[in-house]
Design a protein around this ligand. Sequence first.
Ligand SMILES: [Zn+2]
Length: 120
Amino acid sequence: MTKKMTKKEKQEFRKMMLERKERIIRKLSEFINESKEVETNVAQDVVDKAESSYTKEFLLSLSDTERDQLMLIDEALRRLDKDDFGLCQLCSREISRKRLNALPWTPTCINCQEKAEKES
Ligand SMILES: [Zn+2]
């Protein structure tokens, strides 16, 4: 079993997640500006409409991924407040520190993630 997470470590994870969150929000607002441009282009050039709506869909799907990540970050920040940060939400085992350093907002341990990937 890994040693209990120190206050300092928690603060570092919180900082990492808040920074990531800020970056996504900034990117999302840039994306919103971009999709407005895409719509203007569609209005201006009806001939290219098919291509533009494809682009729009692609951009929308991208933003879904970032929205998902935002949600995961918010959940992880709540877990930090409740003091159960770093525990797998599926099997309740501790998530390895190496995995948390790479993906602090991850809700699952590597075993559960691999299992989920095999099943899908
Ligand atoms: Zn697990």
